[in-house]
Design a protein around this ligand. Structure first.
Ligand SMILES: *[C@@H]1O[C@H](CO)[C@@H](O)[C@H](O)[C@H]1NC(C)=O
Ligand SMILES: *[C@@H]1O[C@H](CO)[C@@H](O)[C@H](O)[C@H]1NC(C)=O
Ligand SMILES: *[C@@H]1O[C@H](CO)[C@@H](O)[C@H](O)[C@H]1NC(C)=O
Ligand SMILES: *[C@@H]1O[C@H](CO)[C@@H](O)[C@H](O)[C@H]1NC(C)=O
Ligand SMILES: *[C@@H]1O[C@H](CO)[C@@H](O)[C@H](O)[C@H]1NC(C)=O
Ligand SMILES: *[C@@H]1O[C@H](CO)[C@@H](O)[C@H](O)[C@H]1NC(C)=O
Ligand SMILES: *[C@@H]1O[C@H](CO)[C@@H](O)[C@H](O)[C@H]1NC(C)=O
Ligand SMILES: *[C@@H]1O[C@H](CO)[C@@H](O)[C@H](O)[C@H]1NC(C)=O
Ligand SMILES: *[C@@H]1O[C@H](CO)[C@@H](O)[C@H](O)[C@H]1NC(C)=O
Ligand SMILES: *[C@@H]1O[C@H](CO)[C@@H](O)[C@H](O)[C@H]1NC(C)=O
Length: 639
C-alpha cells in the first residue's frame, strides 16, 4: 500500500470534540465544496459525504469556531489534476488557509481567488501551475505564500509590495524572468527566488537575505548579506535582538517564521538539519507566547531524506498534516522516556500532537511497520491511539494525541503544594479501572500475544471521561533491550524481566500492580527517604503490611475522603496480587479488571453518559462487566 505524502481519513477524538454538538452548518460553503470536488475529483477519494457533518467529519476542512464558515482547506497530495474550476473555491469567502500543494494542478491561479479577501496562508507548491503570477494586492492579509515548484512565468509583480503582513515568500523552482523589483516587505523573514530565470541584481530592500535565496538565476550576487532581517514587532518583545545575528549566519539553514494574524500560529521552517544549536528564543521571538521551543523534531529528520518523507497514518484520523507540517510545527520537549524523547508539537492549524522520537530501534523497516500496524489498529477508549508513524534509516517517529492534563505520574508526583489539585479517590479508581481495561485489551491483541512492556504512571493519561488510558504500548518488543535503563523504570519492572530482559504479559501485570500501589500510596515506585536510602515501593508496602495492618501505607491526601478505607484495602489486595514474585501466580489482566470493577461499580454512574465523546462509538473490549470473583487474598511469601 503506497502512502502518498499524506493520508487522510475520517475521525479524530479530542481534537474535534468541541465541535460536535450539531450546529447549523455553513450551507453555502458546503455547496461550494461539493461543487468543487464534483467538478474536480481527486484521484484519492475524499470522505466528503453530503449527509455527514462538514465541520466535524470532512477531511481537510476546518470551520470557524462557531461553525459559521469554512476557514481552512488543506488537501495536499490528494491527486487533483488539471485546472481549478472557476466559481468553486472562490465562494469560500472567509477562507484563511488554502493548501493544495503536491497535486498536479495546471493552469493559472484562478482570477476569482480575488474574492478570498481573508486569505492568510497559501500553499500551492509542487503543482503544475503556469502563466503569470496573480495580482497580489487583493490579499492584504497574506502571511505565507508558497508557490514554489510550479511553472509560473513572467515577472515578479510589484503588487507583492502590497502584502504588508507577508513573512514567507517562496517562488523557487519556477520560470520567472525579468528583474527583481525593489519590494518593500519589512516583515519578510524567508524568501526564496532560486532556480528561476531572473537577472540583474538584488535590489537594496532584499539584500538582507542570503545568497541562497537567489541561487540558480543570472543574478550578480555581491558579498554575503550585511543587514539581517528585522523581526516583525508584533510577534515578540523587541528585547530579542540577540537572535538577529544568528539569522544571517550562513550556517543557519533553518529559518523560523511566524504569522500572528488572528492569533494563529507559528511555523518553524527548516531546510537542512543544521548542526548549529538553535535555542528556544528563536521560535519565541516569532510566535509570541504560544510555545517555548526547546528542541524541535525537525531537527530529528534530515531534509536529505526528502524523497521518503512520508508519514503513515492510520484509519480513523482526519488529521490533515504531513511530515513537512510536523517539521514546521513548534515543538517543546515533554520528556525523555525509556525509548526516546517525546515532543509536543503544535501544528499550523493549532492541532496539538505528541511526537515521540525513538532511539535504538532493534528491528528493520518491515518488522517495524508490521508492528506499527498492530499497534495502530488497536482502537480502544483506554488505549492512547497511535495516529501515525514515520520510519527512515535514521529516524523513527510516532505521533499520538496530546493530553493536556499530563500523565498520571505528574498528577500524583507533580509538585505537591497549595496549587496542586489533589487526585481524589474516585478519580484514582477510574484511572486504575481504565488502565486495567486498556492493558487487558492490549493483551488480547495479536492472537493474545501483544505485550505492553512499559507500563508506568507516566505512560497513563486521562481520557475524556477521566478514565485511565495507556500509551506507549508494544515498544518493548521492537527496541533493543539495551535501551532499558536501569534507573527509573526499574521500580516497575518485574523481577523476571530484570533477569531475562524480556517483557511478557505477566510482567505487565506486575508493572500495573506497581501503578496501583502508586495510586494508593502517592509514592513513587523508587524513592528516597530522608537519608540516601533507596526505597522500593513494593518492598516497602510489603514490610508495612507485614508488620501491622494499618492505614499507614495510604496516601495522606486520600485520608480526607470518608468511607473509602474498605475500598482502598481491597485495591491494595489487588495490587499485592499483581506484584507477586512468581509470574504464573499473578492474575491475568482480564481478571484484574473484574476485581477492580468489583471494588465499586463506578461505571454505573458514568456509563450512560451523554457526553459527546467520539469514543462512544468505539467497541467495548471483550471483558464482560458481570461481577465475579472476589479479590484474592493477600498472597503469601511474595516479595
Ligand atoms: C462522522 O462520521 C462518523 C463515522 O465516521 C459517524 O458515526 C458520525 O455520525 C459522523 N458525524 C457527523 C456529525 O456526521
Ligand atoms: C475576514 O475576517 C474578519 C476577521 O476575522 C471577519 O470579521 C470577516 O467577516 C472576514 N471576512 C469574510 C468575508 O468572511
Ligand atoms: C485581515 O486584515 C484586516 C486588517 O488588518 C483585519 O481587520 C482582519 O481581521 C484580517 N482578517 C483576517 C482573517 O485575519
Ligand atoms: C507537470 O509538469 C511536469 C514537469 O514539467 C510534466 O512532466 C508533466 O507532464 C506535467 N503534468 C501535467 C498533468 O501537466
Ligand atoms: C509563459 O508561458 C506561456 C506558455 O506556457 C507562454 O505562452 C507565455 O508567452 C510565457 N510568458 C512569458 C512572459 O514568458
Ligand atoms: C498596491 O495595489 C494597488 C492596486 O492594485 C496598486 O495600484 C499599487 O501600485 C500597489 N502598491 C504597490 C506598492 O505595489
Ligand atoms: C515552500 O515549499 C517548499 C517545498 O515544499 C519548502 O521547502 C519551503 O519551506 C516552503 N516555504 C514556505 C515559505 O512555506
Ligand atoms: C527545487 O528543485 C530542486 C530539484 O528539483 C529541489 O532539490 C529543491 O528542493 C527545490 N527547491 C525548493 C525550494 O523547493
Ligand atoms: C546574465 O545577465 C547579464 C546582464 O545582467 C547578461 O549580459 C548575460 O548575457 C546574462 N547571461 C545569461 C546566461 O543569460
Ligand atoms: C532556496 O532554494 C534553493 C533551491 O532549493 C536552496 O538551495 C536554497 O538553500 C534555498 N534558500 C533559502 C534561503 O531557503
Amino acid at each position: 500500500m503506497e502512502f502518498l505524502r499524506i493520508l487522510l481519513s475520517s475521525i479524530c477524538l479530542l481534537v474535534v470534540i468541541d465541535h460536535w454538538q450539531g450546529n447549523a452548518e455553513p450551507v453555502g460553503d458546503k455547496e461550494a465544496l461539493l461543487d468543487f470536488v464534483n467538478k474536480f475529483p481527486p484521484s484519492r477519494p475524499l470522505n466528503w459525504d453530503e449527509t455527514s457533518s462538514m465541520c466535524a467529519n470532512w477531511t481537510g476542512v476546518t470551520c470557524s469556531e462557531d461553525e459559521s464558515r469554512v476557514i481552512a482547506i488543506r488537501l495536499p497530495g490528494v491527486g487533483f489534476r488539471g485546472p481549478i474550476p472557476p466559481d468553486t473555491v472562490s465562494r469560500l469567502s472567509a477562507l484563511q488557509t488554502l493548501s493544495l500543494r503536491s497535486n498536479v494542478i495546471t493552469g493559472r491561479i484562478p482570477s476569482d481567488f480575488s474574492n478570498l479577501k481573508n486569505l492568510t496562508l497559501l500553499y500551492l507548491q509542487f503543482n503544475n501551475f503556469s502563466g503569470p503570477l496573480p495580482d497580489f494586492s487583493v490579499w492584504k492579509n497574506l502571511t505565507i505564500v508558497n508557490l514554489s515548484n510550479n511553472h509560473f512565468n513572467g515577472s515578479i509583480p510589484d503588487s507583492l509590495s502590497n502584502l504588508t503582513e507577508i513573512a514567507g515568500l517562496n517562488l523557487a523552482n519556477n520560470s520567472l524572468s525579468g528583474e527583481i523589483p525593489n519590494l518593500q516587505l519589512p516583515r519578510l523573514q524567508l524568501l526564496n527566488l532560486s532556480n528561476n530565470n531572473l537577472h540583474g541584481s538584488v535590489p537594496k530592500s532584499l539584500q538582507r537575505f542570503p545568497d541562497s535565496s537567489f541561487f540558480g538565476n543570472n543574478i550578480s550576487l555581491g558579498s554575503s548579506p550585511v543587514v539581517p532581517p528585522v523581526p516583525p514587532p508584533v510577534y515578540g518583545p523587541s528585547s530579542r535582538s540577540k537572535k538577529h545575528g544568528r539569522l544571517s549566519e550562513t550556517a543557519l539553514l533553518g529559518i523560523t517564521i511566524a504569522c500572528g494574524v488572528l492569533g494563529l500560529v507559528a511555523f518553524v521552517f527548516l531546510i537542512f538539519v543544521c548542526c548549529s544549536r538553535r535555542r528556544g528564543e528563536d521560535d519565541d521571538a516569532f510566535s509570541g507566547k504560544l510555545h517555548k521551543g526547546d528542541m524541535s523534531p525537525e531537527k530529528a529528520v534530515s531534509r536529505n531524506q526528502d524523497a521518503n518523507n512520508k508519514l503513515s497514518f492510520f484509519e480513523g484520523c482526519n488529521y490533515a498534516f504531513d511530515l513537512e507540517d510536523l517539521l514546521r510545527a513548534s515543538a517543546e520537549v515533554l520528556g525523555k522516556g525509556t525509548f526516546g524523547t517525546a515532543y509536543k508539537a503544535i501544528l499550523e492549524d493549532a492541532t496539538t500532537v505528541v511526537v515521540k522520537r525513538l532511539k535504538e530501534v532493534a528491528v528493520g523497516k518491515k518488522d517495524f511497520e508490521q508492528h506499527m500496524e498492530i499497534v495502530g489498529n488497536l482502537k480502544h477508549e483506554n488505549v492512547v491511539e497511535l495516529k501515525a508513524y514515520y520510519y527512515s534509516k535514521d529516524e523513527k517517529l510516532m505521533v499520538y494525541d496530546y493530553y493536556s492534563q499530563g500523565s498520571v505520574s505528574s498528577m500524583l508526583h507533580g509538585k505537591r503544594g497549595e496549587e496542586r489539585v489533589a487526585l481524589d479517590w474516585d478519580t484514582r479508581l477510574k484511572i486504575a479501572l481504565g488502565a486495567a481495561r486498556g492493558i487487558a485489551r492490549i493483551h488480547v491483541e495479536n492472537g493474545g500475544k501483544l505485550v505492553h512492556g512499559n507500563i508506568k504512571s507516566s505512560n497513563i493519561f486521562l481520557n475524556a471521561k477521566q478514565y485511565g488510558c495507556v500509551s506507549d504500548l508494544g515498544l518493548a518488543s521492537i527496541m533493543s533491550s539495551l535501551a532499558l535503563p536501569i534507573s527509573r523504570a526499574a521500580g516497575y519492572r518485574a523481577p523476571e524481566v530484570t533477569d531475562t530482559r524480556k517483557a511478557a504479559q505477566p510482567s505487565d501485570v506486575y508493572s500495573f500492580g506497581v501503578v496501583l500501589l502508586e495510586l494508593l500510596t502517592g509514592k513513587s515506585p523508587i524513592h528516597t527517604t530522608g537519608g540516601d536510602e533507596i526505597i522500593h515501593l513494593v518492598r516497602w508496602v510489603h514490610s508495612v503490611v507485614r508488620e501491622e495492618w494499618t492505614a499507614e501505607v495510604f496516601d495522606l491526601e486520600l485520608m480526607r475522603y470518608p468511607n473509602i478505607e474498605e475500598e482502598m484495602v481491597e485495591m491494595l489486595q489487588i495490587a499485592m496480587s499483581c506484584v507477586v514474585r512468581m509470574p504464573d501466580q499473578r492474575p491475568k489482566m482480564s481478571e484484574v479488571v473484574k476485581m477492580i470493577e468489583n471494588v465499586r461499580q463506578i461505571d454505573a454512574e458514568t456509563r450512560p453518559s451523554s457526553d459527546n465523546q467520539a469514543e462512544q462509538k468505539l467497541p467495548q473490549h471483550d471483558i464482560d462487566n458481570s461481577p465475579s470473583s472476589s479479590p484474592s487474598p493477600l498472597p503469601k511469601g511474595s516479595e
